[in-house]
Ligand binder design. Structure first.
Ligand SMILES: NC(=O)c1ccc[n+]([C@@H]2O[C@H](COP(=O)([O-])OP(=O)(O)OC[C@H]3O[C@@H](n4cnc5c(N)ncnc54)[C@H](O)[C@@H]3O)[C@@H](O)[C@H]2O)c1
Ligand SMILES: [Zn+2]
Length: 366
């Protein structure tokens, strides 16, 4: 097991990464002073696969455990589901010291974390991510929240978990497409901060796709260390450092939005987004052709999309989607560009012509 510390204005916390950690959740909670009731928030599909390990472990340490199920997918992050969970906590007699324990992907963690932040103005929260995305991204850094019909993640709070538990064994049951998509975020960490991690991905892509738990543990731990370091220094995105986590995301969000979040998973959109950012960096003469090809090859090894061509979108539609939010906030588009594998810079001076050129190179139509 690896322990990764995170600093937060709401209290420092630790991420535990390892194999078969869910079986130790009772011991972990007890050793960190948790007592009383625990509400295990999950989705039926995940609970069938992984909840019994948590239930057994918590009960063996005399926690009173209640189980609660959210519906699948994004619709779980709604006002209705938030209040339904809070009502459940009220009825089950949960008090200020009792714990909300999320067992699931980013959807479960975001909703359960937001409920924990507001119930009694904040009850202890544990986040056990069961998707690669949750383990390397959403369970770290304290962002919680729900979607409104007007937009995603519009209401929320910074409310980090008191314990993050990342059990690599849970990733073995992930659908292949979910695993591959989240590998784009792991590639992202390699490019922005960790050439060694990038190299490990290059040399072990087959074993990773084969869900080797030890390798998964290594890539989750390496990615978590990077995110933990960034959010420890810039929790609320005030100093600018947290921005580097958006490598591939300015273009990526444009693709997701232009396709109404229907055809590409987030990580798949980020994969094509990273290709665009890398092409822009090469075009500007700050990133070598050789490193750009390495990135492209790695994404292809993970069977991730590297072109937007199959979706037949015009560059103007993507550009409009990219600029929509920025216009509302009156800001400029910011791009995180690699200068080599392991290092990025931020640029906000792209011309529309350059963006058009990059989007067309990635397969967008005129
Ligand atoms: N809080 C943050 O900082 C942050 C960061 C990035 C993304 N997010 C949010 O995370 C959400 C996406 O998270 P996600 O990609 O984990 O999606 P998700 O939570 O919807 O999970 C994807 C699918 O996998 C299933 N699943 C989860 N674990 C499984 C397992 N071990 N075995 C089999 N199936 C499993 C889920 O039931 C679901 O159907 C979005 O709502 C996004 O806004 C939050
Ligand atoms: Zn992302």
């Amino acid at each position: 097991m690896q322990t990764i510390p995170v600093k937060s204005m709401r209290g420092d916390y630790s991420i535990f990464v390892g194999v078969h950690l869910l079986e130790k959740s009772g011991t972990l909670l007890q050793s960190l002073g948790f007592t009383g009731k625990v509400c295990l928030v999950s989705q039926k599909k995940i609970a069938r696969l992984h909840a019994s390990k948590v239930l057994r472990s918590l009960r063996s340490k005399k926690f009173e455990v209640h189980q609660y199920f959210l519906p699948d997918r994004e619709r779980a992050k709604s006002e209705k589901e938030l209040f339904r969970l809070i009502q459940f906590l009220v009825k089950a007699g949960f008090e200020r010291r009792d714990t909300v324990f999320a067992l699931g992907g980013g959807v479960v963690g975001d909703l359960a974390g937001f409920a924990a932040s507001s119930y009694f103005r904040g009850v202890p929260f544990v986040n056990a991510g069961t998707t690669l995305l949750a383990q390397v991204d959403s369970s770290i850094g304290g962002k919680t929240g729900i979607n409104l019909k007007e937009g995603k993640n519009l209401v929320g709070a910074f409310y980090p978990a008191k314990i993050v538990i990342s059990d690599s064994q849970t990733l073995r049951t992930l659908p292949d497409r979910e695993l591959r998509a989240s590998l784009a975020e792991v590639v992202k960490y390699g490019v922005i901060r960790d050439a060694k991690l990038f190299h490990l991905l290059e040399t072990s892509s087959e074993a990773i796709l084969g869900k080797d738990p030890k390798l998964l543990e290594r890539i989750v731990a390496a990615s978590s260390r990077i995110k933990a370091g960034v959010v420890s220094r810039d929790e609320q995105e005030l100093k600018g450092e947290r921005m580097i986590l958006n490598f591939g995301h300015t273009f990526g969000h444009g693709f997701e939005q232009a396709l109404q979040y229907k055809k590409l998973l987030h990580g798949e959109a980020v994969s094509i987004g990273m290709i665009c950012a890398a092409n822009a960096a090469e075009e500007l003469g700050i990133f070598s052709r050789q490193d750009n090809l390495k990135l492209q090859r790695l994404l292809e090894a993970f069977e991730l999309p590297v072109s937007i061509a199959p979706f037949k979108l015009s560059w103007k539609i993507i550009y409009a989607a990219m600029t929509r939010d920025k216009k509302k906030k009156g800001g400029r588009l910011r791009f995180i560009l690699p200068t080599r594998i392991g290092k990025v810079i931020v640029r906000d001076d792209f011309s529309q012509d350059l963006i058009q050129k990059i989007l067309k190179k990635a397969g967008a139509l005129s």
